[in-house]
Structures are given as structure tokens and as C-alpha cells.
Design a protein around this ligand. Structure first.
Ligand code: HEM
Length: 472
């Protein structure tokens, strides 16, 4: 008993000593911390962030303190960054001083070996592998399959009472992600993977309470089964000496080549965590942007008309040659591309990202203490009138000239930037080509308001009514 009391006392002592020491050190540095407020103890300014909406929270702070300011959110002292130059330092030139950071529950669900959580040589070799699977040269060949998904899905929207845009976009983006992850989706395991993934996703966006009956608990169970299913698929493909296509095929090939050279580059558990990670990164993001695309085109009739003329030109050639869309067609859509760019800017579905200082960092005359979170605010940069005049206006013509360097980062910047940007744009282009040339849609309700699920999307997921287009 005495022994346990002793242990307890020494633990308490070391906790208080550590806290005292930390605050003493912080005080020392205090005059060099960025301006701003840390709010209430522990909860900091989290409530303010959520009650004001992230956009107004950031812009109020920025007006008051400038483009680098401190705050305290989600239990962490943080520095927010809203100038392109400072964001570039964090993400590119001094990226080694700022490691990616996620809540432990997210790491548990996706898998600790997923690319997002790493820096250094492991990250670099994984990134090379993943990037090579999503280069234009690698995804070109998937156009007919992606087009088939669109052609199958669109008629099911027609004349329905209501189409829930976000849900439909999620189904589309998920099917595409499955093809790119596995090459083909006929394996028995892939069917199970689809079902288990949906359970995992529900838990990802819920409170991380690991008790029976809670969505997070169900998600953790689904994650375990997902891992087992994926392992079986990998082993079968290896056994039959058939790598298969998609990213998984690239992983298996890399491991085989490494085996032949007696070094293992990618293990089975690394394959599993990264397949799940890529499916996760690929589908909600793309689905949210495609939902905004339909909203902006609906609200901006002139833009819709102009894009229709561009897409009709491509359709006309396609019909004449009796063929589907080709990669070359997708390179002839300059206005459509500008509409996608303006949607990415205006919607800024990734409002910011998280990094953590790996040591005390001297930054623009301030000190960012080791362990503090650092958040480059993509949305604030994308909505800054100095770089994008009249920033709330949906105006694709602003992309007729190149944006200033580091002011347009919908896919991030630096070593962790998105390897799926070309795939995401291709999915949008294929969808737009078919929906614009064949259909028209009306938004149900006033179409106003934004909902965070977790990315910002039009309220209610944009319910629409779709009809066949009357051609003149
Ligand atoms: C419109 C859709 C998408 C948007 C807006 C988007 C945005 C981003 C951003 C901003 C980052 C950087 C995050 C950071 O720096 O912390 C990122 C990373 C990533 N994205 Fe995407 N993404 C999209 C679609 C995709 C797709 C289709 C894939 C499929 C391959 C994908 C895979 C990834 C991966 C694996 C990373 C992590 C890269 C790393 O840590 O090195 N994303 N994405």
C-alpha cells in the first residue's frame, strides 16, 4: 500500500513539476510568441471556433492580429498561418521542422503506417509509389471505366423525386477509388471491403468513444476485419503470382522486386494501412467538391451556358467518331478546368491542415514552441481579396491568368501535397461532360447555408431534381 502511495505521489509530483517547468519556459518565451489569445484553460477557443464558423473565426483573428497568430483549439496551443509566404515555409521550405499530426483516434482507424502520419525516408518511398499510380499516364487508361460508372449512375437520378447530390457523389467517388485501389473489383474480398469501409467511415466522423454500441467501437471492429480481408486478398494475389492492377498491384510489385533484391520495401501491414488511407483520402474530398460544382453551376447560369457550349463541341466530335471520352478530349476543356479551379478555391473544402513543431522554431520574428500545432489556413488565403479580388464571387475567369505563387493550394503544397489531384479533376471532368450535355438540375429549397460533414458542403447535401435537357 505504502509502495503504491509512493508511486502515486511521485507521479503527481512529476506531473506538476512538468507543468510548472513547461509554463515557466513558456513565460520565458512569452514575449516572443505570436500575438493572439489562448482563451480559457484547456478548452481554449474551441467553442468560439465552432460557434462562429471557422471562416469568421479565422478572418476576425486575422483582422485583429495579422497573418500569424496564436490560439488554443481542441486541447492544443496552436499557431495559425494565413499568408502565402508563411504557409510556404511551414509546408515546403521548413517542412522538416513541422511534422504532420492527427488525433490518435484517426491514426487508429486508418492505420499507423498510412502515409499521412509520416516524414522522412519511409514517407518519401511510399509517396513515390502512390504518386506513380495516380500520374496522368497511369490514370488515362481508367477513363472508359470511370465513364461507365457515370453513364450507369446518371439515369438513376433522372425524374427521381429528389436526388441527394452529396450522397450520389460519394457513391461515384467511392466506386472510382475502388477501381484505382484494386484495378478491378471482382474479387470476393472487395465486396466485403466495400461494406466494412462504410462502417469505418461512420465511426471516423464520430466521437472517439470505444464502448460497445458506439459508432467508433463498430468502426474499430470493422477496421480489424478490413485488415484481415485485405491481407487475404494480398496473399491470394501473391500465391497465384498475379499482382493485379491498381495501387495494390503497384504495392505487390514493389514488394516482389524488393524480395528479389533481398530487401523488403513495403510490408503487408503497410500495404493495408495505405490502401485504406488512399480510399479514405480519395472519396469524401472529391465528392464534396463535385457537390459544390453542381451548386455553383446551378447558381451561375451564364457560366453553365458557356461550359455547355464547350462540352457540346467535345460531344459532337465524340458522336461523330462513335467513341467515348479520351484523355485528349479532357485537355481541350479550358473553361471547364477554370470552373473546377474556381470551385476548388471558393469552396476550399480543406480549410486548413495540421502540423506540429518538432522543436522550438524561430518564425517571422516569433518563437513557435516545440509541440505546438501549426495550421496553414488554405481557406483564408483563397479568400484574401489581395490575391483573389471580390473573393466571394464565383468567377472562373480569374483563372485566365495564373494565380500568384503559393496563393492557390487546394491540394496542399510541398512534400505532403496531394498525389490524387489529377484523378480528382478527371472524375469531375467526366461527370461534368455527361451531366451538362444531357441533363439540367434544380436545387430544392433555397440552397443557402453550409454544413460541415466534416468538409463544408451545401446545406442538406444539396437536394436536387434532375431532368433531361431540352436541346434547341
Ligand atoms: C478534390 C479532391 C481532393 C482534395 C481537395 C484533396 C486535398 C488534399 C490536400 C490539401 C492534401 C495535403 C494535406 C496536408 O498537407 O496535410 C492531400 C493529401 C493527400 N491526398 Fe488528397 N485531395 C483530394 C483528392 C484525393 C484523391 C482522389 C486521392 C487519391 C489518390 C488523394 C490522396 C491523398 C493522399 C494519399 C494524401 C497524403 C499525401 C502525403 O501525406 O504525402 N486525394 N489531399
Amino acid at each position: 500500500m505504502l509502495f503504491f502511495s509512493y508511486i502515486l505521489l511521485s507521479k503527481l509530483f512529476s506531473f506538476f513539476f512538468h507543468q510548472f517547468h513547461y509554463h515557466y519556459q513558456l513565460k520565458e518565451k512569452h514575449h516572443r510568441l505570436p500575438p493572439g489569445s489562448l482563451g480559457w484553460p484547456y478548452i481554449g477557443e474551441t467553442l468560439k471556433l465552432y460557434t462562429q464558423s471557422p471562416s469568421s473565426f479565422f478572418s476576425n483573428k486575422q483582422k485583429r492580429y495579422g497573418s500569424v497568430f496564436k490560439t488554443h483549439i481542441l486541447g492544443c496551443p496552436s499557431v495559425m498561418i494565413s499568408s502565402p509566404e508563411a504557409a510556404k515555409k511551414v509546408l515546403v521550405s521548413q517542412a522538416h521542422l513541422f511534422k504532420p499530426t492527427y488525433p490518435p483516434s484517426k491514426e487508429q482507424l486508418l492505420g499507423p503506417e498510412a502515409i499521412f502520419f509520416h516524414q522522412g525516408p519511409y514517407h518519401a518511398s511510399l509517396k513515390k509509389l502512390i504518386q506513380s499510380s495516380f500520374l496522368p499516364s497511369a490514370i488515362k487508361g481508367s477513363i472508359p471505366e470511370i465513364e461507365q460508372i457515370v453513364l450507369k449512375r446518371l439515369p438513376t437520378w433522372e425524374n427521381n423525386a429528389i436526388t441527394h447530390t452529396l450522397q450520389e457523389m460519394k457513391k461515384y467517388a467511392f466506386e472510382v477509388a475502388m477501381i484505382l485501389a484494386f484495378g478491378h473489383t471482382k474479387d470476393v474480398e472487395v465486396e466485403n471491403i466495400k461494406i466494412l469501409y462504410q462502417i469505418l467511415e461512420k465511426g471516423y466522423n464520430s466521437m472517439p468513444l470505444n464502448f460497445p454500441g458506439m459508432p467508433f467501437h463498430k468502426a474499430m471492429k470493422a477496421r480489424k476485419l478490413l485488415g484481415e480481408n485485405l491481407r487475404r486478398l494480398i496473399q491470394r494475389r501473391r500465391e497465384y503470382k498475379e499482382q493485379g492492377g491498381g495501387l495494390l498491384g503497384e504495392f505487390i510489385k514493389a514488394a516482389q522486386e524488393a524480395d528479389n533484391n533481398h530487401k523488403l520495401i513495403i510490408s503487408e501491414s503497410q500495404m493495408v494501412d495505405n490502401i485504406i488511407g488512399v480510399i479514405f483520402a480519395a472519396h469524401d474530398t472529391t465528392a464534396s467538391v463535385m457537390t459544390w460544382l453542381l451548386k455553383y453551376l446551378h447558381d451561375n447560369f451564364d457560366v453553365l451556358q458557356a461550359v455547355t457550349i464547350e462540352q457540346e463541341g467535345i460531344r459532337h466530335k465524340r458522336v461523330q467518331d462513335n467513341r467515348g471520352l479520351t484523355w485528349e478530349d479532357t485537355r481541350q476543356m479550358s473553361l471547364t478546368i477554370r470552373v473546377i479551379q474556381e470551385t476548388l478555391r471558393n469552396a476550399s473544402i480543406l480549410s486548413f491542415t495540421f502540423r506540429e513543431a518538432v522543436q522550438d522554431v524561430e518564425f517571422d520574428g516569433y518563437v513557435i514552441p516545440k509541440g505546438w500545432k501549426v495550421l496553414p489556413l488554405f481557406r483564408s488565403i483563397h479568400h484574401c481579396a489581395d490575391f483573389f479580388p471580390d473573393p466571394e464571387k464565383f468567377d472562373p475567369s480569374r483563372f485566365e491568368v495564373l494565380p500568384r505563387p503559393n496563393t492557390f493550394m487546394p491540394f496542399g503544397n510541398g512534400i505532403h501535397s496531394c498525389p490524387g489531384s489529377e484523378l480528382a479533376k478527371l472524375e469531375m471532368i467526366i461527370l461534368l461532360h455527361h451531366i451538362i450535355t444531357t441533363y439540367r438540375w434544380n436545387v430544392i429549397g433555397d440552397g443557402e447555408g453550409v454544413q460541415y460533414v466534416p468538409f463544408p458542403v451545401p446545406k442538406g447535401g444539396l437536394p436536387i431534381k434532375v431532368q433531361r435537357r431540352q436541346k434547341n
